[in-house]
Design a binder for this molecule. Structure first.
Ligand code: TXA
Ligand code: MG
Length: 326
């Protein structure tokens, strides 16, 4: 299938209210026409996602922000100019036509312009087909609710099989971790989910420190903010470097899969992680999926360093390990 052929088929599926597995630079998305309530409902059904969890609307171009949001503050324009196309999601006041299914019934909407060339081409062609009407693709990460996000087309195939009408293969997602979500309805703007763009990068553009506000647990505005999320099936524990050898001894009677930095103790199944945060993030979900599939009793992950560059990785690992105990 050619690039142009992929794009044409994707537009046909989207216009028909179907689901497309779509590569983005962060993770693969499960995309549907954001203006079609029945199509959006299919996303929730396929993912097994609760209805009050809002979806991000993906746009072809920053100029389309005004089709989906109102009262857009200058900080949002600055962030869009600095990071779009790219791995940043802006939470803005919704336009009246945005479906409740997309916003989770909230007064805000999440918008993002992805940089992946295939995603961009599909969005541009879809916009052209819709001839001037607001155009967007609602797309959560293409994983079952609470599970590890997909960074390859194969991951999406394993997760959804035929539930997806068309799966586009754009190779491995170049960032490997979800977009950073900045709530621009708050003043000052704050980070709701750490992601591929660091807090320091956001702060540099806004010329002020930015807080990472954890959202109110009672209202799951960000499903990724639920404690247990991004979770392998194998019980997963985060272990400090100095405790790693002991932990392996303690679990000597079990089959242990290990994600650790170079130089640590051996394990039945081990993946060596990069000491560089961006390279670590790139490989993280594929590594968790591979170790999860190894059929071990326990998955141990060596704790990465603290610090802003590691915020997103540490956030996902903490949630992947939540509830497993140690
Ligand atoms: O990188 C990404 O953001 C990927 C790719 C596919 O674009 N998408 C993604 O979607 O991670 P999802 O649905 O797995 O996570 C999006 C998060 C959810 O936790 C959702 O609650 C939050 O964005 N979100 C969406 N709209 C929101 C809104 N109006 N207010 C607050 N949070 C919102
Ligand atoms: Mg997700």
């Amino acid at each position: 299938m050619t690039f142009a052929g992929d794009v044409a088929r994707a537009v046909a599926v989207l216009e028909g209210g179907g689901l497309v597995g779509l590569p983005t630079e962060t993770v693969y998305g499960l995309a549907a026409d954001a203006s079609n309530a029945a199509a959006v409902a299919k996303i929730f059904a396929a993912k097994g996602r609760p209805g009050d969890h809002p979806l991000i609307v993906h746009l072809d171009d920053a100029a389309q922000m005004d089709d989906w949001a109102i009262d857009i503050p200058p900080v949002a324009r600055r962030l869009a100019a600095a990071f779009w196309p790219g791995p940043l999601t802006l939470i803005l006041k919704r336009a009246a036509h945005v479906l409740n299914a997309v916003t989770g019934g909230q007064e805000s909407v999440g918008l993002r312009v992805p940089s992946d060339p295939l995603a961009h081409a599909v969005l541009a062609a879809f916009a052209q087909a819709r001839a001037g009407r607001p155009t967007g693709l609602a797309a959560p990460s293409a994983n079952k609710f609470g599970r590890v996000s997909p960074t390859t087309a194969q991951h999406v195939r394993e997760e959804f099989g035929d539930a997806v009408d068309l799966l586009l293969d754009g190779g491995q997602s170049v960032m490997g971790i979800e977009s950073t979500i900045v709530d621009c309805t708050a003043d000052p703007a704050r980070i709701l989910r750490p992601g591929a763009i660091t807090r320091e990068q956001v702060a540099a553009v806004l010329e002020q420190p930015v807080s990472a506000a954890l959202t109110d647990a009672a209202t799951p505005r960000v499903s990724g903010s639920l404690e247990a999320h991004y979770a392998p099936r194998t019980p997963t524990c985060l272990i400090a470097t100095e405790d790693l050898a002991d932990a392996l001894k303690r679990h000597a009677d079990k089959r242990v899969a290990l994600l650790a930095f170079e130089g640590g103790p051996p394990a039945q199944r081990k993946i060596t992680a990069s000491p560089q945060a961006q390279a670590y993030a790139y490989a993280l979900y594929a590594s968790l999926r591979e170790l999860d599939a190894a059929g071990c009793d326990l998955l141990l992950v060596e704790k990465p360093p603290a610090g802003a560059a590691w915020d997103a990785v540490n956030d996902r690992l903490r949630r992947a390990a939540f509830g497993s105990g140690e």
